[in-house]
Design a protein around this ligand. Structure first.
Ligand SMILES: NC(=O)c1ccc[n+]([C@@H]2O[C@H](COP(=O)([O-])OP(=O)(O)OC[C@H]3O[C@@H](n4cnc5c(N)ncnc54)[C@H](O)[C@@H]3O)[C@@H](O)[C@H]2O)c1
Length: 375
């Protein structure tokens, strides 16, 4: 029997209760598909921070680097200033492990309501590959008051480092500015990942940018996309401006198979994706480094007001667990879990409040685990 060791960070708020159900379903999938999971639990989150002052240490990150995939609940707690835990733990993990792909399946499951009129599960089934490390989210920028000033801005990566020396001479009362950057290395690896995915699915890849206005940065993105496209002659491609693609997601979601986007636009369009696939309780995500340590999580937060009530929907977390198994190569177990989720929803008997039901988080987890065994 294959043995896996999977580190798990349940986190804050509803994190522990949704992760419990995810583990239940993944353990059951293991029984059926012939693997065994040893879960290695990590305490990181609000309580741990308040008790010890530690967000996540270099030693812990080093220890985590021996694993292929981390299972993550959610973090965020009202006792701690917004952003501290998210930056110190979640973003730190994504950055440390260079998880350059943010993978977001946008799939309307059978039986789920979508706000898009006349669209069904047949129409909404695509995957967004969002670049996860560059673009306008590299965090360099500043403010400058009227007059002359200097500023040095640096981007340090394993793959490269870049230094900007700015000589600012402004007669505006005050300015705020932000630099966005994409590198050849960073752009090519995420686009290649998306082409590989498209090659394995319906051989259609749509690129997102705003090359008509931000032509230096996204013109570069287009060039790299075009150069890699030449290696995949069987994959049909198209370019979409980000404003237009939000329109097409609503009007013709059936057009899309795989969508690849730079970081900021990817962030925006995946929230739209979450809504058309039925809302936050149903949207999983993966932060992937195909050669290193990846992390899988629901995209929603820690919903502190529901903490400990056994009330929220565990489906996004269970689905994130299916993505994790896919990353480990357990393809059959992964698709059995997605099918079991779908059956649970179509049966319509065991569902949480957000889907119009009264069942508990643990009831939904148990029902999906039962279905994994049966279907
Ligand atoms: N990845 C993460 O860990 C992550 C992501 C987003 C927000 N956060 C943090 O979570 C905390 C709460 O943030 P928020 O309230 O803006 O967002 P949230 O996603 O935690 O919750 C917003 C609302 O969505 C609904 N919801 C969320 N998950 C649900 C589920 N599984 N089932 C049913 N309904 C669900 C609830 O009504 C909830 O009040 C903050 O501290 C925030 O920083 C963490």
């Amino acid at each position: 029997m294959t043995q896996y060791k999977i580190p798990v960070i349940p986190g804050d708020g509803i994190g522990p209760e949704i992760i419990r159900e995810g583990r239940k379903v993944l353990d059951t999938a293991g029984e059926r598909f012939g693997f065994d999971i040893e879960w290695v639990e990590y305490p990181h989150g609000a309580d741990h921070y308040l008790k010890t002052g530690e967000l996540i240490s270099e030693d812990t990150l080093k220890e985590l680097s021996q694993y292929k995939a981390i299972y993550f609940g959610a973090i965020g707690d009202e006792r701690i200033k917004p952003g501290i835990l998210e930056k110190g733990i979640l973003l730190n993990i994504r950055f440390y492990f260079d998880e350059y792909v943010n993978l977001r399946p946008v799939k309307l499951l059978e039986g789920v309501w979508t706000p898009l009129k006349d669209k069904t599960a047949r129409d909404i089934d695509f995957v967004v590959v969002r670049e996860n490390t560059e673009d306008f989210y590299i965090g360099i920028g500043g403010r400058a008051k009227k007059g002359k000033s200097k500023k040095t801005l640096e981007v340090m990566r394993n793959m490269y480092s870049v230094k900007f020396g700015l000589d600012i001479d402004s007669d505006s009362e005050e300015i705020g500015y932000q630099l966005g950057l994409i590198s050849k290395e960073g752009t090519r690896r995420v686009i290649r990942y998306a082409f590989e995915l498209a090659n394995d699915r319906n051989k259609h890849l749509s690129s997102v940018d705003k090359a008509n206005v931000l032509s230096d940065i996204y013109g570069f993105w287009r060039e790299e996309f075009t150069s890699i496209a030449a290696e995949y002659p069987d994959v049909k491609t198209d370019f979409n401006f980000v404003d237009a693609i939000t329109m097409w997601f609503v009007k013709n979601p059936e057009w899309f198979d795989i969508v690849v986007a730079p970081n900021m636009f990817g962030d925006i369009i995946t929230d739209l994706g979450a809504m058309i696939q039925g809302g936050l309780g149903l949207a999983p995500g993966g932060n992937i480094n195909p050669e290193g340590t990846s992390m899988f999580e629901p995209i929603h937060g820690s919903a502190p007001k529901y903490k400990g009530q056994n009330k929220v929907n565990p489906i996004a977390t269970i689905w994130a667990g299916a993505l994790l198994l896919d990353q480990l190569g357990e393809k059959d177990a992964s698709s059995a879990i997605v099918k079991a989720i779908e059956h649970n929803i179509v049966n319509g008997e065991v569902k949480t409040y957000d889907m119009g039901g009264e069942s508990k988080t643990s009831d939904v987890g148990s029902d999906i685990a039962r279905l994994v065994k049966e279907i």
